[in-house]
Design a protein around this ligand. Structure first.
Ligand code: FES
Length: 101
């Protein structure tokens, strides 16, 4: 595991969700009232890009068929057995870094 810079805090204000790429890996990263969270960027339903969806509170909503995932746990809202990976996030000055395998 190692931390990779993905964007700056100025690019991800509170309430924002965005998609970043590290190597070939898609990550959805969001700012929930100042708390930063990163989850796998591909929806386990049919591969929608979660980082291009919407953020409702702490729920990331897939843009394709509206499955919702809790960005703090990676769990689907109605079926917790469906999960996406979560990744640690830290700040280095203004830079946001995500811990990836
Ligand atoms: S691909 Fe995400 S809900 Fe269908």
């Amino acid at each position: 595991m190692s931390f990779h810079p993905v964007c700056t805090l100025g690019q991800l204000p509170p309430g924002a969700l965005t998609e970043v790429t590290v190597g070939e890996k898609l990550i959805a990263i969001c700012n929930v009232e100042g708390s930063l969270h990163a989850i796998d960027g591909l929806c386990p339903h049919r591969g929608g890009s979660l980082g291009q969806g919407a953020l409702h509170g702490k729920m990331v909503v897939c843009p394709w068929h509206a499955w919702e995932f809790d960005c703090t746990s990676g769990s689907h809202d109605y079926n917790p057995s469906i999960k996406v990976a979560t990744y640690a996030v830290k700040m280095d000055g203004e830079d946001i870094l995500v811990d990836l395998p």
